[in-house]
Design a binder for this molecule. Structure first.
Ligand code: NAP
Length: 237
């Protein structure tokens, strides 16, 4: 799983490890990955850190291949790594658009393509892409991010159709407003405005998202594919 070093990804890694999975966690920063690993191992779980920039397609594809070869199988892929480079349309640079598409969308394509072969060989696979309600509703200032996250929806549904007959499911979890480093940088007034629009009257936690990933990748989620699971306290309905 990617983006395992902080926030939602760390919670997903911890939850999957608690459920007995051997987790290989990817991120750029080894020190933060080590913290995730220490927390998982202290709780008796299994975790391997793999430092990699998911925006480097060749490195990511090679990593997925190495991991599946080393372990002889690959059951679950969670594409969670993501970044924002917000800006209004008129001021958004080509570079900020391309970077967000590469890190948030293309990386998932590269990882899914690399994971498909070992999953097909094992006739089993669970793919979860982490999208966003921004990709469903749009969000002013996030043309690049919303495009990437909306792209993940079409990609996930296409993969679900292509690989369903091989025992592989593909779903997308779309978080709403979750308290992590990504939202900590937002101005206080943005948060104050967002809260009343959430029927459950609280921001989400990384564990809220981890629970849905655990369900989709566990036994109880086995007949669910091609779906968008919105976990946003009702914000986007
Ligand atoms: P976060 O706290 O900023 O963490 C992002 C994670 O992705 C970190 O582990 C980071 O590790 C990793 N990452 C970023 N760029 C990477 C790269 N190029 N290569 C490898 N790893 C990279 O973000 P978060 O809030 O947990 O978000 C996780 C996912 O949920 C993202 O896809 C985000 O778009 C989505 N999401 C979040 C919210 C929210 O409200 N927080 C809402 C909707 C959707 P390094 O920096 O060490 O590489």
């Amino acid at each position: 799983m990617t983006g395992a070093s902080r926030g939602i990804g760390r919670a997903i890694a911890q939850r999957l490890a608690r459920d007995g999975r051997h987790v290989v966690g990817v991120a750029r920063t080894p020190e933060n990955l080590a913290e995730t690993g220490a927390a998982i191992q202290a709780a008796g779980g299994r975790f391997e850190a793999a430092a990699c920039d998911v925006g480097d397609s060749a490195a990511l594809a090679a990593l997925v291949e190495q991991v599946s070869e080393r372990h002889g199988r690959l059951d679950i892929l969670v594409n969670n790594a993501g970044i924002t480079k917000d800006g209004l349309l008129l001021r958004m640079s080509d570079e900020d658009f391309d970077t967000v598409i590469r890190v948030n969308l293309k990386s998932a394509f590269v990882a899914c393509r690399a994971a498909a072969r070992p999953m097909m060989k094992g006739r089993f696979g669970r793919i979860v892409n982490v999208g966003s309600v921004s990709g469903l509703m749009g969000n002013a200032g996030q043309v690049n991010y919303a495009a990437a996250k909306a792209g993940l929806v079409g990609m996930t549904k296409s993969i679900a159709r292509e690989l369903g007959s091989k025992g592989i499911t593909a779903n997308l979890v779309a978080p709403g407003f979750i308290e992590t480093d990504m939202t900590a940088v937002l101005p206080p007034q943005v948060k104050e405005q967002a809260l009343p629009s959430i029927p459950l009257k609280r921001f989400g936690t990384p564990d809220d998202i981890a629970a849905s990933v655990a369900w989709l990748t566990g036994e109880d989620g086995g007949y669910v594919t091609g779906q968008v699971i919105v976990v946003d306290g009702g914000m986007s309905m």
